[in-house]
Design a protein around this ligand. Sequence first.
Ligand code: FAD
Length: 549
Amino acid sequence: MNLLIVGGVAGGASAAARARRLSETAHIVLFERGPDVSFANCGLPYYVGGEIAERAKLLVTTPDRLRSRFNLDVRIRSSVEAIDRTAKAVRVRELTTGREYEEPYDKLILAPGATPLRPPIPGIDLPGIFTLKNLTDVDRIKDRVDQGIRQAVVVGAGFIGLELVENFTRQGIATTVVELQDQVLPPFDKEMTTPILETLLAKSVTVLLGQSAEGFEQAGKGLLVRLKSGEKLPAQLVILGVGVRPENQLAVAAGLAVGPRGGIRVNEFLQTTDPDIYAVGDAIEVKDFVSGDPTQVPLAGPANRQGRIAADNVFGRAVRYRGTQGTAIVGVFDKTAAMTGASEKVLRRSHRPFRKIYIHPTHHAGYYPGAVEMSLKLIFDPQSGRILGAQAVGGAGVDKRIDVLAAAIQASLTVYDLEEMELAYAPQYGSAKDPINMAGFVAGGLLRGDHPQIDVESVLAAPAAEQPFLLDVRTPQEFASGHISGAVNIPVDDLRPRLGELPRERKIAAYCQVGQRGYLATRILMQTGSSTANVGGGYKTYKLFQPPN
Ligand code: FAD
């Protein structure tokens, strides 16, 4: 068996190592255009900031190690230029010598990744404007940073963009992030990004939302970034973090099918439209695990798993790739944001019915020192209760809850299953009722009808004539330190003797800080015959919908 693999990083290196474990006799060639294989793309921003001090640590393995341990024929600085499907051979160009040659294959795995976008705007090719994809890029960026630059502009507030913003700021560089959308971290629902925005501002990062870079000009030794607003930002370093496009040229030229956004089409066995050619990683179109729709998700976990699965299939194991659910996490200074499955905005766009709840628990028992609060949003099917998506933002413990919910989505669990989940508990790690259980209780209660809930946005958006009576059931001190405009304060403990103060004819929307006292108040009022709903997630959820300007 002659197995050729194009691309020697996440998907390609995984496929190669797995292939060798499955066959000692196959001739496995790994072609990589760059000088390195299997490097840690995900660590690159932290090398810029100095958190990862040694460049060598970014090399997960080396060509020599792949040769000695896995007996792979690793050819770096070798670009695969074309696929001849009839002859079953690829044309390779050695970038150091310019020599070209043909290499025959029985099976071919494409793992060429994705290329960062460089939008065609004036001045885009000026020196000092970078994208970040590999070690060559990171060396150039770090070189600039080490020259002692004072101002940087990051275009795009996605995952990589914000990781760089943090690392520049830690180096004392005044950093501005420019984002076209009206929120940072566009894959998240906007309200869940409010704590991240607050953190960026608290760290003196300038965040320009709803803005775009329209051009770049040389200004002395530095640059000016011209914005849509006309404003010009000075910078000695500009990073473009505006997305990636699949490296599909080889596939397209070979007549393999690609999707509307360019991802190479594969079946559930990761075979392209040519059964002898597989494709994996950022270059492919995948099935969205929740919706079943085709999508593109450039993440390391899926790329690694797909590499392994493609190798399994090459050697006859018939393993299916289940789809990608987009489980992702990012650290921004002391905050963590993570998500899995469908977001509310994606569900709205596809008109899929859903319900959602918010909770704001601490990551471990509140009485144990060091408890950190998180906000957790759970999105689920209104009929079956099947979990469709989850997002969380906070500090410690966010990763664990999103990972549990990611597993729950994989297993098609429902909110009722979350109520029953038995998770590890001691006070320094969690709570006897873990945030996962709490999310299940709130969502399960809602679906059972125990607990009518009204979303904060519905309260805020209701026309004046339909505005519910807003009842704040927190303490007067809490009320005084901030409340939803128009609310009336009756603490939950005083509610029973003060029922007469409530209007009989109006719907009541009760809220507290996080939803629990609002729930109690709702139960009390419902039993007096009032039409009452709890404002989901309480005042803290309301605050998520009030990002700083
Ligand atoms: P890559 O890992 O990009 O590898 C593709 C390789 O193929 C490249 O080295 C390229 O040179 C080579 N190649 C392409 N065409 C040819 C050709 N014709 N001939 C020879 N070689 C070719 N994901 C996460 O899940 N979490 C993170 O925290 C995270 N952080 C990231 C941070 C940064 C800065 C970057 C750039 C990415 C990050 N990612 C992260 C994304 C993750 O790295 C990618 O999803 C993953 O590497 C994709 O794997 P891949 O094998 O498809 O492509």
